[in-house]
Write a protein that binds this ligand. Sequence first.
Ligand SMILES: [Zn+2]
Length: 61
Amino acid sequence: MESEFQVQCPFCGEIIWMEFYPQDGASQETVIDCEVCCNPIQYSIEFLRDGEIRLRAERAQ
Ligand SMILES: [Zn+2]
């Protein structure tokens, strides 16, 4: 299964590649600073049963 996902920074719009692995949990959340604008991005990813992936990148509070 693919482990690299493309997301867009909600602050500056930069495209970022992130790695997530389903063995780390079906539902994961992490906050990582954008490499470009240094703002904190909250990532939430869900690995669904049918192999679908739901990934969101939001502004961390
Ligand atoms: Zn950014």
